[in-house]
Write a protein that binds this ligand. Structure first.
Ligand SMILES: NC(=O)c1ccc[n+]([C@@H]2O[C@H](COP(=O)([O-])OP(=O)(O)OC[C@H]3O[C@@H](n4cnc5c(N)ncnc54)[C@H](OP(=O)(O)O)[C@@H]3O)[C@@H](O)[C@H]2O)c1
Length: 303
């Protein structure tokens, strides 16, 4: 069986990848305790010991605002670590799969970003993720880099859970309405990764490093996302009783200052990925519905 190394198996995407990668080979899944990305020696050691054919890196420093005050740590995890992985993968001929972000862009483009658009991050997080992409591309091995946006899923912390919590506490919801992007389910990211890796087994050659945009369809503002969460929650048995979606007030980015600046336009054009692999990226809303049903089940069962 193909040896596959999954790094960061306990994050939102990593958790889903444990499932999506399992039909493709023998998956060795490691978390922070088994492979600390702040330690390049540990990364090289894990790769040398397993000699994987495929390395999937789902780990990252994802605390966007905290990164502003921890730039060295964010750089080590988001830039140095993937570069080390790419350098270690190259002599093995292994394929490295890595994830990046819409935050590599400044959001000033009026239309969705394509892969060839110049990057211009506004934040430390965005800059470190951009440096990670550059490090992988410079290593010159085989790699797939998927830029995604606004991740959510039943496991892990994300915007959906924050909205449900704040609404449940009866807090007034004032949410930014002038930043637009595509909420993207962790399950979709992992399933598309699995589909593309399956295509490489059937003969689609990935001989170099390739960059793709990978998000769900139908971008929305954060405020529109919050309203859809509450609209769907009202229709989910077990989650009723939260404030109505109309109670979410739309505010501007200027009304909600954060340590890290974020792009106003986070929309990513995914046609390169859809065309190269014959995929149609779906709407995020049905995934939200399934997530809410899972959360309701968990709430009612108490486990
Ligand atoms: N979530 C989003 O909105 C979003 C948007 C765009 C792009 N992305 C990208 O998508 C990828 C997956 O993100 P995600 O949403 O799954 O993030 P996540 O839920 O925050 O998971 C990140 C994982 O990285 C691990 N990690 C952090 N520091 C580490 C270290 N020093 N050594 C080893 N592991 C470490 C974390 O481990 P602990 O649990 O031990 O902290 C966690 O399991 C990342 O590359 C991210 O940049 C995410």
């Amino acid at each position: 069986m193909t040896p596959i190394l999954l790094i960061g198996c306990d994050g939102q995407v990593g958790w889903q990848l444990q499932r999506a990668l399992s039909p493709l080979g023998a998956v060795t899944a490691v978390d922070r305790a088994q492979c600390d990305l702040a330690d390049p020696v540990a990364i090289r050691g894990v790769i040398a010991a397993l000699k994987p054919r495929i390395i999937v890196n789902a780990a990252a420093y994802t605390a966007v605002d905290r990164a502003e005050s921890e730039p060295e740590l964010a750089q080590a995890i988001n830039a140095t670590a993937p570069t080390v992985m790419a350098e270690a993968a190259k002599p093995l001929g292994a394929l490295l799969v890595h994830y990046s972000t819409d935050y590599v862009f400044d959001g000033s483009k009026p239309t969705p970003y394509v892969e060839s658009d110049p990057t211009c991050p506004l934040s430390v997080y965005g800059a470190t993720k951009r440096d990670g992409e550059d490090g992988i591309l410079a290593a010159g091995g085989r790699a797939l880099i998927f830029r995604t946006s606004w991740g959510f899923g039943a496991r892990g912390q994300n915007f959906v859970k924050t909205i449900l919590r704040l609404a449940g506490e009866g807090r007034a919801l004032r949410i930014i309405d002038d930043q637009v992007g595509a909420p993207t389910p962790a399950a979709l990211i992992s399933d598309v990764t699995g589909q593309i890796l399956a295509a490489t087994r059937r003969g689609t050659e990935i001989g170099d490093a390739r960059l793709y945009h990978l998000t769900a369809a139908n971008p929305v503002s954060w405020c529109g996302f919050a309203r859809e969460i509450l609209r769907q929650a009202a229709a989910t048995p077990g989650l009723e009783g939260l404030p109505a979606s109309e109670s979410v007030a739309a505010i501007g980015t200027v009304d909600y200052p954060t340590p890290a600046r974020r792009p106003m336009n986070s929309r990513l054009d995914c046609s390169r990925l859809e065309n190269d692999f014959g995929l149609d990226l779906p709407d995020w809303r049905p995934f939200l519905s399934r997530m809410l049903q899972l959360l309701a089940l968990k709430k009612s069962n108490g486990y």
